[in-house]
Design a protein around this ligand. Structure first.
Ligand SMILES: C[S@@+](CC[C@H](N)C(=O)[O-])C[C@H]1O[C@@H](n2cnc3c(N)ncnc32)[C@H](O)[C@@H]1O
Length: 373
């Protein structure tokens, strides 16, 4: 069996854990900032193609304790790197260290590199390794002196679904947008609205979730080019994912933005994501937002007003948006992501629940409103 690690944004661990369990992986362990699990080779492809909230998929090759460079070197050299990295493979090393004796990342990086060079050099009978082939990115983590050595099977982060060709000023990562939709318990039945849609990320992720469409079907992954991995696992995983997709249902998923250009970008992104028949984007003012129907969800990411001057504008916007939302039936659920510390006061209501999330480096709260939360 293989071991995998799936790093994720802080606050999303339990959602990623649930996704991994749903895919049937074994020994799922949720830790701070990552989820560990065991599976087979085919799960390299299944995890990459299906995960919505995880940041990337790492293949774990070793875990051991090290408080000095010699132990780090020996522990790294003992790994059978030649089982994964062919003679020409390129293997850059990157990593991080938290609360550990070995705290110099550049020093650990060069020790790990040296140990892998020695191991592969001996395995292939070469003094210099060419590194002219496909990339096998090595990622190490050292947390409280526990070293983990991994190969990055994703390449570009999983948030890069391949549908966001052009961005807007403050786009949300796709993984975070998917997490917000999941936290809203969107069921695909009720109306789903994002009145500050920007490039459309939240609504597009909602459409992918409603249709049960795997987010990774329109992109490629580093491990697809790995020589030692059976190429068929990617086709099989894609087939499995496509079989699970719903095709004959209708949905009410809508995004609005005051900026015409943002709406055009959102529409284009929806086409690239192949959900343009599922989600609708329109130019509209969120302060006049209204919708018919007893049940529904608003899941949104309004401007935060990062700079002092803009803060007042953001506060005014929250007030006006709060008045609009007040007119919705009480049975609606509303989820707003903001880093603004005065959000609730301006919006005019204390959240029924809050969840701390990070939008990049920015600490935010997901303010949740609804009778049935
Ligand atoms: C933080 S961005 C949203 C980014 C979006 N989640 C994405 O992933 O691209 C906020 C958006 O709110 C829009 N906006 C500002 N005031 C608005 C208003 N009164 N009505 C609707 N949209 C507005 C801006 O044009 C901007 O696109």
């Amino acid at each position: 069996m293989l071991q995998f690690a799936i790093p994720c944004m802080l606050g999303l661990e339990s959602l990623v854990g649930d996704e991994v369990k749903k895919l049937g992986l074994a020994d799922v362990r949720v830790e701070n900032g990552r989820v560990l699990c065991r599976g087979e080779e085919r799960d390299l492809a299944r995890l990459n193609i299906n995960l919505r909230c995880g940041a990337r998929v790492l293949l774990v090759l070793a875990s051991f304790r090290a408080t000095d460079f010699e132990t780090l070197f020996q522990g790294t050299r003992a790994v059978r790197w030649e089982d994964w990295i062919p003679r020409e493979g390129e293997f850059p090393v990157t990593g991080y260290s938290i609360n550990s004796t070995l705290h110099s990342v550049p020093a650990c990086q060069s020790i790990v590199k040296k140990a892998v060079v020695e191991r592969l050099g001996a395995a292939y009978g070469l003094e210099t390794l060419p590194e002219t082939g496909k990339r096998y990115q090595i990622r190490f983590s050292i947390m409280k002196d526990e070293v983990m050595l991994c190969l990055d099977a994703s390449g570009e982060g999983l948030y890069k679904r391949g549908y966001r060709a052009v961005g807007v000023a403050a786009p949300l990562k796709e993984t975070l947008a998917a997490a917000m939709v999941k936290l809203s318990h969107y069921n695909g039945r009720d109306p789903f609205c994002d009145p500050f849609c920007g490039s459309g990320t939240i609504a597009i992720e909602a459409a992918l979730i409603a249709r049960n469409r795997a987010p990774g079907l329109n992109r490629s992954f580093a491990a697809q080019h790995w020589a030692m991995v059976d190429k068929r696992i990617w086709l099989d995983a894609a087939d499995e994912a496509m079989d699970n997709e719903f095709h004959d249902k209708t949905y009410e998923i809508w995004g609005g933005d005051i900026d015409q250009r943002a709406v055009e970008i959102a529409r284009h992104n929806a086409e690239l994501a192949e959900v343009d028949d599922t989600v609708r984007f329109e130019v509209d003012d969120a302060t006049r937002f209204h919708w018919g129907g007893q049940y529904g969800r608003v899941v949104t990411n309004p401007p935060y007003g990062e700079r002092l001057l803009e803060q007042k504008e953001a506060e005014e916007l929250y007030r006006a948006f709060g008045r609009a939302v007040d007119k919705l039936p009480e049975t609606w659920r509303v989820y707003v992501l903001s880093s603004h510390t005065e959000f609730e006061r301006c919006f005019g209501r204390i959240a029924d629940k809050k969840r701390k999330l990070y939008n990049g480096m920015l600490k935010c709260d997901l303010f949740m409103y609804g009778k049935r939360l």
